[in-house]
Ligand binder design. Structure first.
Ligand SMILES: NC(=O)C1=CN([C@@H]2O[C@H](COP(=O)(O)OP(=O)(O)OC[C@H]3O[C@@H](n4cnc5c(N)ncnc54)[C@H](OP(=O)(O)O)[C@@H]3O)[C@@H](O)[C@H]2O)C=CC1
Ligand SMILES: C[C@H](O)[C@@H]1OC(=O)[C@H](O)[C@@H]1O
Length: 256
C-alpha cells in the first residue's frame, strides 16, 4: 500500500474529486481527515464516506469548517492530531466556481471565490506545513489547481486567478519547505464531471464540445484524479517537488 501509516488531510472531500481522492488514500492505507463546508449536505456526505471507508477496514474522521475562514486551517490540523497523532500529507482541494460574466461580476461572488479557493488555502497550507516541520520527518502538500491555471474562461474571471495562484503557491512553497523535506506539487485537472459543473454541462452542446476537444474522448471522472494525487502524496514521488501534473485527457495540448 502506497500510503501506509500516513495521515492525510483532504479539504473538500465530501464530494467530487476530493471524495474520490479520500477513498483512494484510505484504500492505500492512509488515515484520512475529510474536510467539508460544515453544511448539512456536506456533513451527511462526509458521514457516508466514513462509513464506506470503515467498511473496507480504513480509518477516517470529518472536520466541517468553511475553507474561506483562516481558522479552519488550525481546526483541520487539530482534528488530525487528536484522531491520528500526525499530519503527513495535506491536499488542498476545496473549491467553488460560480460561473458569472466579468463586466457585472458582483463583488461578493468575486471575494467569496478568492477567499474559498485561495486565501483559505494559504493559511491551511501554512498550518499543515508547520505541523510537518515540527514532526521532523517531511511531508507532502498537494494543491488541486486546474487547467484553468493555464488558460482563461470568460465566465471564470474570478476563478482562474485562484487556480493560477494555487499553482504558484506550490512552486514557492516547494522552495520554502524543501529544506524540511516537505514536497509541494499541484495537480491540474481538465474537465471532470462533478457537482461544480453540473449546471454548465447540462447544456448538451457545451458537453459535446468539451468531449470532442478531449483527445481521450470523454470527460474526466473524479477517480481519474485520485491516482495522480496518491502518487504525489506517496514516497514514489520522493524527488518530485514544485511540479504540476495535468490530468485532463489531453485537453490542454489539443489546440490545432
Ligand atoms: N470538476 C472539474 O472540472 C475541476 C475541478 N477542479 C477543482 O477541484 C476541486 C474540487 O472540485 P469538484 O470535486 O469538481 O467540486 P464539487 O463541487 O464536486 O466538490 C466541492 C467540494 O468542496 C467543498 N467545499 C466547497 N465550498 C467549501 C467551503 N466554503 N468550505 C469547505 N469546503 C467547501 C464541498 O464541500 P460540501 O459538500 O460541504 O459543500 C465539496 O466537498 C476544486 O478546487 C475545483 O476548483 C479543478 C479542475 C477541474
Ligand atoms: C468548473 C469548471 O467546469 C472546471 O473547473 C476547472 O477548473 C476546469 O478548468 C473547468 O473549467
Amino acid at each position: 500500500m502506497l500510503l501506509a501509516d500516513k495521515t492525510v488531510i483532504i479539504t473538500g472531500a465530501s464530494r467530487g474529486i476530493g471524495r474520490a481522492a479520500a477513498r483512494e488514500c484510505a484504500r492505500q492505507g492512509a488515515r484520512v481527515v475529510i474536510g467539508h463546508s460544515g453544511s448539512g449536505q456536506g456533513t451527511e456526505a462526509a458521514h457516508s464516506l466514513i462509513e464506506e471507508i470503515k467498511a473496507f477496514g480504513g480509518q477516517a474522521i470529518e472536520v466541517g469548517s468553511d475553507a474561506a475562514d483562516p481558522d479552519t486551517a488550525d481546526k483541520l490540523v487539530a482534528g488530525a492530531l487528536k484522531a491520528f497523532g500526525s499530519v503527513d500529507v495535506f491536499v488542498n482541494n476545496a473549491g467553488i466556481c460560480p460561473f458569472h460574466s466579468f463586466l457585472d461580476m458582483p463583488r461578493e461572488v468575486y471575494l467569496k471565490t478568492v477567499n474559498t479557493n485561495l486565501n483559505g488555502a494559504y493559511f491551511a497550507v501554512q498550518a499543515a506545513a508547520n505541523q510537518m516541520k515540527n514532526q521532523g520527518k517531511g511531508g507532502a502538500i498537494i494543491a488541486v489547481s486546474s487547467i484553468s491555471a493555464l488558460v482563461g474562461g470568460a465566465m471564470q474571471t474570478h476563478y482562474t486567478p485562484t487556480k493560477a495562484g494555487l499553482h504558484s503557491l506550490m512552486q514557492s512553497c516547494a522552495i520554502a519547505l524543501g529544506p524540511y523535506g516537505i514536497r509541494c506539487n499541484s495537480v491540474l485537472p481538465g474537465t471532470i464531471a462533478t457537482d461544480i459543473n453540473k449546471e454548465d454541462l447540462a447544456d448538451e452542446e457545451k458537453l459535446a464540445y468539451m468531449t470532442s476537444r478531449t483527445p481521450l474522448g470523454r470527460l474526466g471522472e473524479p477517480d481519474d484524479v485520485a491516482g495522480p494525487i496518491v502518487f504525489l502524496a506517496s514516497d514514489m514521488a520522493r524527488y518530485v517537488t514544485g511540479a504540476s501534473l495535468l490530468v485532463d485527457g489531453g485537453l490542454f495540448v489539443n489546440l490545432q
